[in-house]
Write a protein that binds this ligand. Structure first.
Ligand SMILES: C[S@@+](CC[C@H](N)C(=O)[O-])C[C@H]1O[C@@H](n2cnc3c(N)ncnc32)[C@H](O)[C@@H]1O
Length: 268
């Protein structure tokens, strides 16, 4: 599955606004007494996690940005990091070679908008590899299956059901966990004796956020077309309703996400 730089740029400010502040505060407090942090950001895209987090951490940091999409990595490499922060980009397909991304001394692993794309076996592998190295892990913006559309439409529930089914398709890691990914990861880290804080990190789009709502609803109509059984004319009618409401400045949308920070306690 490929993600365009344009889509990642469009969502970045909403992602930044959605990130759960108590999860982030726990991460920042945990790192406050560390020195010269080495961070690995898995599936970095163009580097949004570094942009959202690095300036809030008060110690010097080096980020290794990992993705398998060379054009996103090229965009990431153009970024000007905050003072005290350096970074490098590394092309790795983490579906195959996760361990290469975690090699060497690492103080923190981060990711965002990744876990809902991965399969259960891959997630188990991620938890095992991170747990074996006793590395703290911050995962932001995993979709959790909730959505509230306003104004309502009679076909919303059926569309959302199709979206959640579509989320479970193969996104390059085998059948994806979709909306259950964050919960599965939290249970996994918990069972390794990690201490985990989590909280919601919902996208909240109001009437003025037209472009992102148009993109999200188009994606959802396509999801219904690909995996649902709704007649095409009904999908088109639903999407036309949504687009008209956006254009009239009457549409708002909340999409559920979860953030968590898991830190080793040395208790196992
Ligand atoms: C939804 S985007 C999130 C990007 C970034 N973390 C963000 O929040 O803006 C998912 C990212 O996962 C990357 N990705 C997907 N499969 C991958 C794989 N097998 N190995 C490495 N990166 C992968 C994509 O290239 C993309 O950058």
């Amino acid at each position: 599955m490929s993600f365009s730089a344009e889509w990642l740029a469009l969502r970045e400010k909403y992602d930044a606004r959605a990130r759960n502040s108590s999860v982030l505060d726990t991460l920042i407090a945990f790192l406050a007494d560390k020195h010269a942090l080495r961070v690995v950001d898995l599936a970095c895209g163009t580097g949004s996690t570094l942009r959202a987090v690095a300036s809030k951490i008060t110690v010097s940091q080096h980020w290794q940005l990992v993705d398998n999409n060379l054009s996103l990595l090229a965009r990431a490499s153009e970024m000007k990091p905050p003072l005290g922060v350096t970074f490098s980009t590394t092309p790795i397909d983490i579906g195959y070679d996760l361990e290469a991304a975690l090699d060497g001394p690492v103080d923190l692993v981060t990711t965002s908008a990744l876990l809902d794309l991965v399969s259960e076996p891959w997630l188990e592998r991620l938890v095992t590899e991170i747990g074996a190295r006793q590395i703290p892990f911050y995962a932001a913006l995993s979709y959790d299956g909730r959505a509230e559309m306003s104004p309502p439409h009679a076909r919303d529930a059926a569309i959302l059901e199709a979206v959640n089914l579509h989320q479970r398709g193969d996104k390059g890691f085998g059948p994806a966990l979709g909306s259950t990914a964050a919960k599965t990861a939290i249970v996994g880290f918990d069972s390794l004796g990690y201490s985990v804080v989590n909280g919601t990190a919902d996208w909240v789009f109001d009437r003025a956020d037209r472009e992102i709502q148009r993109e999200v609803f188009s994606g959802w109509a396509n999801a219904m077309r690909e995996v649902g059984d709704m007649p095409l004319a009904d999908i088109v009618e639903w999407l036309t309703f949504r687009r008209d409401e956006i254009a009239a400045g009457r549409s708002s949308l909340r999409v559920g996400h979860v953030d968590f920070f898991a830190r080793p306690t040395g208790s196992r």
